[in-house]
Design a protein around this ligand. Structure first.
Ligand code: FES
Length: 68
């Protein structure tokens, strides 16, 4: 799902950016190599970052259980 329509940033892009350490919308844009245009997505990006920030830990734990 696209979060930023102007720059084509998806929730998967946000997930990858968060995995790389992005904690703000600005960091997500930088991680994607893009700059904001209209700025209407900032609130949605922030929500997505918060959501993604809490999910990877549980995913990593479940994956570590599988590989052990
Ligand atoms: S929707 Fe993201 S900059 Fe316009």
């Amino acid at each position: 799902m696209y979060i930023c329509l102007c720059r084509g940033i998806s929730n998967h892009d946000v997930r990858d950016a968060v995995k790389d350490g992005a904690q703000t919308a600005k960091c997500v844009f930088k991680s994607c190599g893009k700059k904001p245009k209209c700025g209407k997505c900032i609130m949605y990006l922030s929500d997505c970052i918060s959501q993604q920030s809490s999910e990877p830990l549980s995913r990593d734990l479940s994956l570590s259980r599988v590989t052990l």
